[in-house]
Write a protein that binds this ligand. Structure first.
Ligand SMILES: Nc1ncnc2c1ncn2[C@@H]1O[C@H](COP(=O)(O)OP(=O)(O)O)[C@@H](O)[C@H]1O
Ligand SMILES: O=P(O)(O)OC[C@H](O)CO
Length: 510
C-alpha cells in the first residue's frame, strides 16, 4: 500500500494522520502538549515539546499503518511523501548550531505586542502594511513577536545579525528538525502570516524588515507549498521520506475542502474559527477588515493558477469558548456535552456571550476588547449561557461571512465546514440559520491534514490535479437555513450591540 503522511501541528496538539490514495484516514496518532500563560495576555509553547510530540505521533502513526508490514521496521517505506501543516504565526527562534530554541515560542494568540502595534498604527504604518502584506496591523502576526524576542532575549539581536540564529513559523521549525538542521525553509502560505512577506512578489520585503528591525540572515527560504523539498533524516521515522507539501493549517484545510474555484469558502471550527474564500490568482484587497493571504503555491498546472490567494476572516475564540465553559465556568464536563445543554432551552433568553477573551479578530480587530456576558436576568441558567456560547461562535462566523460577501461583491451560496466543533449538529444548524445559506459538512473532517497530504501527493504524482482531488470530496450532512430573513438580521443586529459593549475594555499596558 502507498500512504501520504500528514503532520498536523496544531495549537493544542500534535497529530499525524496517514491517508490512503483515496483520501481516507488509514491511521492517526495525537498528543496534546502544554500551554503556558506566564502573564495575562501571554501564550507560549515549548518548541522542543512541539517537536518531541510531533515526532512521537509520526512514529506511532507509522506503526499503526494497516497491512502486511504492520508494526515492522519497513512500515515507513509505504509512506510516499510527507505533508506538513501547522498552527500559523507562532514564532520560534533557535540556535542554528545546536538546533535548540533560544526562548519559548510566542503563540499566535499572544497579545504582548499590542502596544507596539498601536504605536506603529499611530505612526501611520497600517496602510503600507496592508498594501504589502494583505494583513491588518495586529499582534496576532509574527513580526512584532520576533522583534520582541530579538529585543528581550539577551544577546539575541547581535547573534541574529551574525547569522547564528534562525527564525521560523512552526512549519520551518519542523522541517529543520526533520532534516537534521540541513534545510531552513517555509512556504508562501506561512510566510504570508509574518507581516514580513510581500504577497505580490512572494518574497521577503526589505522595507518591512527595516520597519520591524528584522535581520534578513534570520529568515528561511520560501519554497512552493507543493513540491519535493528534502528528505527526512532516515534515523527519525525508519526511512528517508520526501517532504513534499507544506502549508499553514487554515490554507491546507481550504485545499482539503477542495475549494479550488474562486468564490468557494470553508470555515474551520477549532480553537478559533477561520473562514477562507478562494479569490483566484490575485490577492483581493479587503474593504471590510478581512485579510488577504496566500492560499497555496502549487506545481504549474493547466487547470489551476500556480498561486491561489484567499480572503480570510480569523476569530480567536470558537471551540476555546466551549473549553472555557468546561474548564473556567465548569458548567460542562466535556466539550461534547455543550450540545445537549444548549438544546435544553429553545433560545438564549436574549443572553449574549461575546468571547473576546483575547481581544477581537475579524472584522473588529480590537486587542483591548474583553469577554462580555450581557442580558442576564434571574431566569438565566447555565443552559442559556451554553447556548449563547454556541451562538457566539456562529455569530462571529456570520460577521466574517457578511464581510466576505461584501468584499467578493457576490453573495456566497454555501459554506463548507470542518474542525472539532463542526461535529456539533446544533452549532451547524445555528450557523446555517444565521448565515441564511446551507452549511455543508464533508465525510472527512480532518481536512487540514488531508489538504497537506494532497499538496504532498500532487508533488509526487499520487494525484494528477485539482479535479482528481475534488472527485474524492463527499458530503456527510447538509444543514439548510430555517430562520426567516427578518429574524436572522434582527439577531445579528442584537449581537452587534453586545459586541459594542465588549470593546476597548482592557486598560493594562499591553
Ligand atoms: N461537540 C462539540 N461542540 C462544541 N465544541 C467542540 C465539540 N467538540 C470539540 N469542540 C471544541 O473544538 C476544539 C477542538 O477542535 P480541533 O479542530 O481539534 O482544534 P485545534 O486544531 O484548534 O486544536 C476545542 O476547542 C473544543 O472545545
Ligand atoms: O491550531 P489551530 O487549528 O487552532 O489553528 C491556528 C491558526 O493557524 C492560527 O492562525
Amino acid at each position: 500500500m502507498r500512504y501520504l503522511l500528514a503532520l498536523d501541528q496544531g495549537t493544542t496538539s500534535s497529530r499525524a494522520i496517514a491517508f490512503d490514495t483515496q483520501g481516507r484516514v488509514a491511521a492517526l496518532a495525537q498528543q496534546e502538549f502544554a500551554q503556558h500563560f506566564p502573564q495575562p495576555g501571554w501564550v507560549e509553547h515549548d518548541a522542543t515539546e512541539i517537536w518531541r510530540t510531533q515526532l512521537a505521533v509520526a512514529q506511532e502513526c507509522i506503526k499503526k499503518l494497516p497491512g502486511a508490514l504492520q508494526g515492522s521496521a519497513r512500515a515507513a517505506t509505504q509512506i510516499v511523501a510527507i505533508g506538513i501543516t501547522n498552527q500559523r504565526e507562532t514564532t520560534v527562534l533557535w540556535d542554528r548550531a545546536t538546533g535548540r530554541p533560544v526562548a519559548p515560542a510566542i503563540v499566535w494568540q499572544d497579545r504582548r505586542t499590542t502596544a507596539r502595534c498601536e504605536a506603529l498604527r499611530r505612526a501611520g504604518k497600517a496602510a503600507l502594511i496592508q498594501r504589502k502584506t494583505g494583513l491588518v496591523l495586529d499582534a496576532y502576526f509574527s513580526a512584532t513577536k520576533l522583534e520582541w524576542l530579538l529585543d528581550r532575549v539577551p544577546g539575541a539581536r547581535a547573534r541574529a545579525e551574525a547569522g547564528e540564529l534562525a527564525f521560523g513559523t512552526v512549519d520551518s521549525w519542523l522541517v529543520w528538525q526533520l532534516t537534521g538542521g540541513r534545510v531552513h525553509a517555509t512556504d508562501p502560505s506561512n510566510a504570508a502570516r509574518t507581516l514580513l512577506m510581500n504577497i505580490h512578489t512572494l518574497d521577503w520585503d526589505d522595507e518591512l524588515l527595516r520597519l520591524f528591525h528584522i535581520p534578513r540572515a534570520l529568515l528561511p527560504r520560501i519554497v512552493p507549498s507543493s513540491g519535493v523539498l528534502a528528505e527526512t533524516d532516515a534515523s527519525l521515522l525508519g526511512a528517508a521520506i520526501p517532504i513534499a507539501g507544506m502549508a499553514g493549517d487554515q490554507q491546507a484545510a481550504t485545499f482539503g475542502q477542495a475549494c479550488f474555484a474562486p468564490g468557494m469558502a470553508k470555515n474551520t471550527y477549532g480553537t478559533g474559527c477561520f473562514m477562507l474564500m478562494n479569490t483566484g490568482a490575485r490577492p483581493v484587497a479587503s474593504r471590510n477588515q478581512l485579510l488577504s493571504t496566500v492560499g497555496w503555491q502549487g506545481p504549474e498546472q493547466a487547470d489551476a493558477p500556480r498561486t491561489a490567494y484567499c480572503l480570510e476572516g480569523s476569530v480567536f475564540m470558537a471551540g476555546a469558548t466551549v473549553q472555557w465553559l468546561r474548564d473556567g465556568l465548569q458548567i460542562i464536563q466535556s466539550a461534547a456535552e455543550v450540545e445537549a445543554l444548549a438544546a435544553s432551552v429553545p433560545d438564549t433568553g436574549d443572553v449574549f456571550l461575546v468571547p473576546a477573551f483575547t481581544g477581537l479578530g475579524a472584522p473588529d480587530w480590537d486587542g483591548r476588547a474583553r469577554g462580555t456576558l450581557v442580558g442576564l436576568t434571574r431566569g438565566s441558567t447555565r443552559a442559556h449561557i451554553a447556548r449563547a456560547a454556541l451562538e457566539a461562535i456562529a455569530l462571529q462566523s456570520a460577521d466574517m461571512f457578511g464581510a466576505m460577501s461584501r468584499d467578493a461583491g457576490l453573495p456566497l451560496t454555501e459554506l463548507r465546514v470542518d474542525g472539532g466543533a463542526s461535529r456539533n449538529d446544533l452549532l451547524m444548524q445555528l450557523q446555517a440559520d444565521l448565515l441564511g445559506v446551507p452549511v455543508v459538512r464533508p465525510q472527512v473532517t480532518e481536512t487540514t491534514a488531508l489538504g497537506a497530504a494532497y499538496l504532498a501527493g500532487l508533488a509526487v504524482g499520487v494525484w494528477s490535479g485539482g479535479d482528481a482531488i475534488a472527485a474524492q470530496w463527499a458530503v456527510d450532512r447538509r444543514f439548510a437555513p430555517r430562520l426567516p430573513e427578518h429574524a436572522r438580521l434582527a439577531r445579528i443586529a442584537r449581537w452587534r450591540e453586545a459586541v459594542a459593549r465588549s470593546r476597548g475594555w482592557a486598560r493594562e499596558e499591553a
